[in-house]
Design a protein around this ligand. Structure first.
Ligand code: SAM
Length: 244
């Protein structure tokens, strides 16, 4: 059926492509892609060939109106190089304009590094803020960290290997030395998740910047431990007693 299909793709392990995603990619009239070389490999893996339309930060404003015009009669799948489109990747304006034009929009959920990392981290997962990439310049990074310092939630950042140690040190400075986790190469051969305080992790990676793709997960301020089960039972009983 015509419309926009937002299709999550693997973040490492090609086996994580869902059967439904493979089916939609095979049947789409066209696939809007960040980098056609990257998506070509995925399509090759599932044995299909579809027309690809480059849609990335540098051409999106120019390409978008044409894509929107096609949605009335064609099915267009949106993918990014890895993971869930729109999550630190292009796409939200395409969704916005497709909706405004009255076209069908649907999503095929799947891998997302931020969500995968919080599940690995062992940090509280009931409330979290996804903060994307920190700015690379030190001043802007300090400001960005200060903006989230008061938030009572676990924080998730995307980061690159060469910047990891200095980002961890800046986070320790701006947030206090909270518990954290560095999740690397999720779903790939060398997947690892290293936990520790921010300062210990900064020290660990200072002389050995790790290779590969990285997510930093930082626990909430203070009271990092979730309520004990006994406390939770008391709170639940009190809440139930207040119900009409
Ligand atoms: N849209 C993607 C998603 O759903 O996760 C994220 C795209 S963003 C441009 C790429 C960043 O995601 C990487 O720099 C890294 O921080 C993180 N990332 C992607 N794949 C990863 C993996 N396999 N392990 C750890 N982090 C990953």
């Amino acid at each position: 059926r015509p419309g926009l299909y937002i299709v999550a793709t693997p973040i490492g392990n090609l086996g994580d492509l869902t059967p439904r995603a493979a089916d939609i990619l095979a049947r789409a009239d066209a696939i809007a892609v960040e980098d056609s070389r990257v998506t070509a490999k995925l399509l090759h893996h599932i044995g299909i060939k579809r027309p690809m339309i480059p849609y990335h930060d540098h051409n999106a404003d120019r390409v978008r109106p044409g894509l929107i015009a096609r949605l009335g009669s064609e099915s267009i799948a949106l993918v990014s190089d890895a993971g869930t489109p729109l999550i630190s990747d292009p796409g939200y304006k395409l969704v916005r304009d497709a909706r405004a034009a009255g076209h069908a929009v649907t999503t095929l959920p799947g891998p997302c590094a931020a969500i995968a990392a919080i599940t690995l981290s062992g940090l509280p997962s009931d409330r979290f803020l996804f903060a994307g990439f920190l700015p690379s310049k030190a001043g802007a990074r300090t400001t960005a960290i200060a903006e989230v310092a008061g938030i009572r939630a676990t924080l998730i950042f995307y980061e690159s290997g060469p910047r990891l140690s200095s980002a961890l040190a800046a986070l320790a400075e701006g947030l206090g030395d909270r518990d954290a986790a560095v999740a690397r190469e999720i779903s790939k051969t060398f997947e690892e998740c290293v936990t520790g305080t921010l300062s210990a992790l900064a020290a660990r990676y200072a002389d050995a910047p790790p290779k590969g793709e990285i997510v930093i997960v930082v626990g909430p301020p203070g009271e990092a431990e979730p309520a004990s089960e006994a406390e939770a039972d008391v709170l639940l009983a009190e809440a139930l007693a207040r119900l009409p």
